[in-house]
Design a protein around this ligand. Structure first.
Ligand code: GAL
Length: 435
């Protein structure tokens, strides 16, 4: 599939939602705000603080953020950065706190936002600054790939400055465990089950997973959906071209149920990084997680890991992007604009991404600064079919993504295929995409 064609699918997803949402806007809704990010004539008053809001507290992600802060502090030594973090992978806890702050009139200046439909949750016309003019001034439409630009535009405006591209469909493995057991990374689920049986016989947990924060089961399952439905079938789930009643969804649920019989039993007590620790400790062999795990391993000084696409997803890049948005009514407007410029800059992204375990959103970063895994991710990003992650804000509006994650979290424990599939279809109907 050509790069153009693969992203058309993504664009059509966004178009469907934009149309639905426009249709829902009451007649009296305020008109789109004019761009506010460029310094107003007369200038906003200078302040000496900058409040940044994110959920980056784990190793790797916190290091990457600090590397960008260091650049900021050098350029603006008089500004104090308030690092407002709310821990919890994928923003599980942070997003709720952020909503309350935005609607309560106490916004942080800038905050983490996934590129894609997640922005709808924050009622951008009301609570976010439209960043069109800063994009034009910085020439960002030329340094971010067209496909990403399409994902970033919501109701035809920019609301966030992307700092990276992450891949969700990665299977990490402990190299020594694999070597000692003469295993190769599985490329199909049958190979996975064979390897899993061999590992179980040796007392090693084949697959480590942690579902404590409520999003990880949904993350794992989206990669299984990609594997069994393929890129086009998976995309169809979010735009109504594939029904959730499809027999392939049943197959994916059955596969997931079987896969979970190869997992650690304490999964509901573990976070994604607790699960990754099993690999570091040599107690687990494989872990399905996004490539922030690469940043986390790096922050631990752990090198004995290999990576492969989740079985059956070779040639598909399940993508997401972190961006930084600007709140309307930000208390430190000038500092905020300077922050956004650093977040979008080559220097900022080259400092951030090698630590974060992601590749630059920009197309001009120096590959020599990145480790082997990230170099391979760059290559895959440039040639694979790209599909949007639902667990990380790209594929669906937040209220659908949340229901999806909850359903899959229950499935991880209960394993009721029929009830889960019915609930998934109902969620699609409730969101106006399936009939
Ligand atoms: C994702 C986010 C990543 C990483 C991960 C784990 O949603 O995009 O940057 O932070 O959650 O928390």
């Amino acid at each position: 599939m050509s790069r153009h064609v693969r992203w058309l699918t993504l664009l059509s997803l966004l178009a469907v939602f934009s149309m639905m949402l426009v249709a829902c806007v009451p007649a009296a809704a305020p008109a789109p705000a004019a761009a506010t990010a460029a310094p107003a004539a007369g200038g906003a008053a200078a302040t000496n603080k900058l409040e940044m809001f994110s959920w980056w507290t784990a190793g790797g992600e916190a290091d990457g953020l600090n590397a960008m802060y260091d650049i900021y502090k050098k350029a603006y030594p008089d500004v104090e950065i308030i690092n407002a973090t709310v821990a919890g992978g994928a923003g599980t806890n942070a997003k709720a706190v952020l909503s309350t702050r935005l609607t309560g009139g106490d916004p942080p200046d800038s905050f983490q936002l996934h590129a894609g439909l997640e922005v709808e949750k924050y009622e951008p016309m009301k609570y976010l600054q439209n960043l069109d003019s800063i994009y034009a001034a910085e020439g960002w439409d030329k340094v971010f790939p067209k496909d990403l630009i399409s994902l970033l535009k919501y109701q035809d405006h920019f609301w966030g400055v992307p700092v990276n591209i992450h891949r969700a469909n990665v299977m990490w493995y402990n190299k020594t465990v694999f070597e000692e057991n003469e295993l190769k990374p599985p490329t199909t689920w049958d190979e996975f089950f064979q390897a899993g049986d061999a590992l179980k016989a040796k007392g090693i947990v084949p697959l480590v997973i942690g579902t404590k924060e409520g999003w990880e089961a949904g993350h794992t399952f989206e990669t299984i959906l990609v594997s069994i439905l393929g890129a086009e079938g998976y995309n169809g789930l979010w735009n109504g071209k594939t029904q959730w009643t499809d027999p392939k969804v049943t197959e994916a649920l059955e596969a997931y149920k079987k896969i979970m019989t190869y997992a650690n039993t304490d999964y509901s007590a573990l976070t994604w990084s607790d699960a990754a620790q099993y690999l570091v400790d040599g107690k687990g062999a494989m872990h399905i997680m996004g490539d922030w795990t690469d940043g986390w391993f790096t922050s631990k000084g752990y090198k004995d890991y290999g990576s492969a696409p989740v079985p059956g997803t070779q040639g598909v890049f399940d993508a997401l992007s972190d961006s930084f948005a600007a709140a309307k009514g930000a208390k430190n407007q000038v500092n905020l604009e300077n922050w956004l410029k650093i977040a979008g800059s080559k220097a900022g992204q080259e400092a951030f991404n090698p630590k974060k375990g992601s590749i630059c959103a920009r197309t001009d970063c120096d590959p020599a600064l990145f480790n082997e895994y990230l170099k391979s991710a760059m290559q895959d990003w440039s040639k694979d079919a790209i599909v949007p992650s639902v667990a990380h804000g790209a594929a669906a509006v937040e209220k659908w993504a949340t229901v999806y994650k909850d359903i899959l979290n229950t499935f991880a424990t209960k394993g009721d295929v029929a009830a889960t599939q019915t609930a998934l279809q109902q969620a699609c109907v409730d969101n106006g995409v399936c009939k």
